[in-house]
Design a protein. Structure first.
Length: 382
């Protein structure tokens, strides 16, 4: 089967030399029966664990009733998800657009920011990552992803992360929005400073500029709160969500203040498969499981333990360990590829954030003994 993938899949995707065939909780198995602690977690998608029974049950029930139903018709599964999201959102954010991915949720946010304000400029952050479609790519900073597709959408600027003066200097009367990740994931797992975020919100309000939080990776308990915005006592004007939202089923959402979405005219934004009943049922079950099992609290507790144990590793290879909740980066002094492969050989799956940072996005149901196993393997590999 790997030969078939190699023959037909586009070659830009780097592959690891194993075939994953089964998963449960924070553990996956390959075709040879080898077991791994999964700290890739589908790039953060498997937030409630692989094959979560609550999510599987909801999918099985929904798939026998109705799989697809476009926005032009009302739908019970979609209505349940709207209601569920509204209960866990800040009250100000009550209008939602459901889509299929993080980059789509960002695209929607950029469109409605320009539509509502009538302005053209967007300020994003250096090291920030928002997706690979043309609008979200224009907000993404890394030249590696951008340069071969230029000219991108005009009007985008990039300011230094956690540098309020730089953002303020770049803000003009034509700035529609500032978009920021509360924790930069692809950029190296850098959390934003609370003072910076609060100053940024105040400045945006004064300039009538919208503040967009990209919580595609940080949402649904990942950082120790249901949404990372809770760490900063700041409510953005627009919130982008995806990844763990539906327990592994493709799902995204753009959530905003009502007046922002109401600036759109009929059919100015749409998604054929967005908000389909199957994904909505999976998302309702995922949110229920997160809430009923206190997974944000679990992520905060185990994340602190994980970071502490990683910092205790005696290795001159490690430059810094940083993170928030169960979103963790271990920056090394050398390129990380050989360490990722060595950890995989020893039964731990890791991902990268740049050339020198190991990124860990395990399911929030990971157990303490599984964390200990990851730390032990890293200690040996480093």
């Amino acid at each position: 089967m790997s030969e078939i993938e190699d023959r037909h899949c586009i070659s830009v995707i780097p592959r690891r030399p194993i075939k994953i065939v089964r998963g449960k909780g924070a553990i996956v198995w390959d075709s040879e029966g080898n077991e791994y602690v999964d700290c890739v977690g589908g790039f953060g998608v498997a937030i409630v664990g692989h094959c979560n029974e609550t999510v599987v049950r909801a999918i099985n029930e929904q798939i026998q009733r109705l799989i697809t139903n476009p926005y032009i018709f009302y739908d019970d599964a979609r209505a349940k998800l709207y209601e569920k999201l509204a209960r866990i959102m800040p009250n100000e954010l009550s209008r939602m657009f459901l889509c299929n991915s993080g980059t789509e949720s960002v695209e929607c946010a950029l469109k409605i920011a320009r539509r509502y304000t009538g302005r053209k400029e967007i300020i994003a952050m250096k090291r920030g990552f928002h997706g690979r479609s043309m609008g979200s790519l224009s907000a993404t900073w890394n030249p590696r992803y951008r340069k071969n597709f230029e000219p991108l959408i005009p009007g985008f600027k990039h300011a230094r992360f956690n540098d309020f003066e730089d953002v303020k200097e770049q803000m003009t009367d034509d700035t529609a929005a500032v978009i920021i990740e509360p924790v930069q994931g692809e950029g190296g797992v850098y959390p934003v400073m609370k003072e910076f975020m609060q100053d940024l919100k105040e400045s945006c309000d004064e300039n009538q500029t919208l503040l967009i939080f990209d919580e595609v990776q940080t949402g649904f308990g990942r950082t120790g709160k249901m949404f990372a915005l809770e760490h900063y006592d700041v409510v953005p004007d627009i919130l982008c969500l995806s990844k763990g939202m539906a327990g592994g089923v493709p799902m995204g959402a753009t959530v905003a203040k009502p007046e922002i979405f109401e600036s759109l005219d009929e059919l100015e934004h749409m998604s054929t498969m967005g908000g389909n009943p199957l994904a909505c049922a999976a998302s309702v079950a995922t949110i229920d499981f997160i809430v009923n099992n206190n997974l944000p609290e679990n992520a905060a507790k185990l994340g602190s333990y994980f970071i502490e144990q990683l910092r205790n590793i005696q290795s001159k290879t490690i430059r810094e360990v940083r993170g928030l909740g169960l979103m963790i980066g271990v920056e090394l002094r050398f390129p990380i590829t050989k360490y990722i492969l060595e950890a995989m050989r020893r039964g731990v799956l890791l991902y990268s954030a740049g050339i020198a940072t190991l990124r860990m996005l395990p399911p929030l149901v990971i157990k303490k003994q599984e964390i200990d196993r990851v730390v032990e393997v890293l200690s040996e590999a480093l």
